[in-house]
Design a protein around this ligand. Structure first.
Ligand code: RP5
Length: 167
């Protein structure tokens, strides 16, 4: 047994520093719901040993949900899901060459047996990955369930009944 403090419930991992501008939207959403997280750069291609260490140890470290963002040939979410029983939500990051279509297809087309919950490309996917993580954690956390309900009510209340002209 390690004496290290348990990890926060959510791990946000990403393949590159260049993914952070998208994945920060997941972090900001978790912040809004007062959910603690740890954000790390873990590249399936450039730091495979870091990936193995993270994924194999994620559950024992205390994480409950993994949000994994990557772009291009985006192996990170699938490789992570292969090595941990924790739920993994994959966020396709918009790539320069193919606008994230490559990222999306790389992440979503997992063979049967190793699931990755795949979100939309870019910011929407990052925000929704955080909201899905919140929904999972709220199943066993009444206080968080209340905060999530309030977040959704605020979103609903912010929708105007009729459109206005914008400059
Ligand atoms: C992937 O390659 C990363 O997830 C990133 O989206 C993409 C490009 O990475 P950089 O070349 O910008 O580091 O592994």
């Amino acid at each position: 047994m390690s004496d290290a403090a348990p990890s926060p419930p959510v791990a946000i991992i990403m393949g590159s520093q260049s993914d952070w501008s998208v994945m920060k939207n997941a972090a900001d959403t978790l912040d809004a719901l007062a959910i603690a997280y740890d954000a790390q750069i873990v590249s399936a291609h450039r730091t495979p040993e870091r990936l193995y260490d993270f994924a194999r140890g994620a559950k024992a470290a205390g994480f409950k949900v993994v949000i994994a963002g990557a772009g291009g040939a985006a192996h990170l979410p699938g490789m992570t899901a292969a090595m941990t029983p924790l739920p993994v939500f994959g966020v396709p990051v918009e790539s320069r060459a193919l606008s994230g279509q490559d990222s999306l297809l790389s992440i979503v087309q997992m063979p049967a047996g190793v699931p990755v919950g795949t979100l939309a490309i870019g910011r929407a996917g990052a925000v929704n990955a955080a909201l899905l993580a919140a929904s999972v954690l709220a199943l066993s956390d009444e206080a968080l369930a209340g905060r999530l309900d309030a977040w959704r009510k605020a979103q609903t209340d912010a929708v105007a009944a009729a459109p206005v002209d914008t400059p």
